[in-house]
Design a protein around this ligand. Structure first.
Ligand code: UDP
Length: 236
């Protein structure tokens, strides 16, 4: 029934905010977890990378005037908080999740160890990769592409506010249409911003397909995992 055996799901930090101005909205995180649960019920192994923009973004806002690397480390720590919240909500919903961090915070979360992550996935546990890549000057999209390639995910699913990649910005141009599929090269030529340049290059070079879909559309995640025409598939 599921089209994929193993997926890497990238959620932006904002996906947890709901209608709030910042932080984690309880109803929103529960809904998110239930959507993930539907996918694990299909037998698909799920790894998650979550951003931190709902708490702290290194390149904007609270970081003005700050040393970039310091601000980025704060951003990575924000992803650890989101990861813990996500995994604990999964626990409350009866799922088993493990958080693995790219930065060691031994008392709080276990470190990322690839074979262990693979073992957890085989056991049907959801693995949440926290602290991005562990390096400043990167994004959680890049962390998602990196971990996705490392664990041999068949696809990276990027949950966004828009339900796919469009010919133009659908908010500005009502005649814009959604691509069902597009190649990485076409997306590059047409200057469609599907991922930042580092994440984009990693996906393309490692032949890791990317599916862009809306996190605000109920059931969209499940439809994506079932291989239905939801969102946009970017492929080599
Ligand atoms: N970040 C970083 N290295 C990484 C991942 C994230 O320095 O490998 C920092 C960066 O400052 C970023 C912040 O963490 O602004 C939050 O991540 P991101 O902006 O990707 O989160 P999202 O927009 O998905 O919520």
């Amino acid at each position: 029934m599921a089209a994929y055996k193993r997926i890497l799901l990238k959620l932006s930090g904002e996906a947890l905010m709901g209608d709030d101005a910042y932080g984690i909205n309880r109803a929103t995180i529960v809904r998110m977890v239930k959507e993930i649960q539907e996918v694990t019920a299909l037998g698909t192994q799920v790894a998650v990378v979550i951003g931190g923009g709902n708490i702290f973004r290194g390149v904007a806002g609270g970081s003005v005037g700050m040393d970039r690397a310091t601000a980025d480390y704060m951003g990575m720590l924000a992803t650890v908080m989101n990861s813990l919240a996500l995994a604990d909500t999964m626990r409350q919903e009866g799922m088993t999740a493990r958080v693995m961090s790219a930065i060691s915070i031994d008392q709080v979360v276990e470190p990322y160890v690839r074979p262990k992550a693979l073992q957890y996935l085989e056991e049907g546990k959801v693995v949440v990769f926290a602290a991005g890549t562990g390096n400043p000057f990167f994004t959680t999209d890049t962390a998602a592409a990196l971990r996705g390639a490392e664990i041999g995910a068949e696809v990276m699913l990027k949950a966004t506010k828009v339900d796919g990649v469009y010919t133009a910005d659908p908010k500005k141009d009502p005649s814009a249409t959604r691509y069902s599929t597009i190649t990485f090269d076409e997306a590059l030529i047409k200057n469609l911003q599907v991922l930042d340049a580092t994440a984009f290059a990693l996906c393309r070079d490692q032949n890791l397909p990317l599916k862009v879909f809306s996190i605000f559309k109920p059931g969209a995640l499940k439809r994506v995992v079932m291989g239905e025409d939801e969102g946009t598939l970017v492929h080599v």
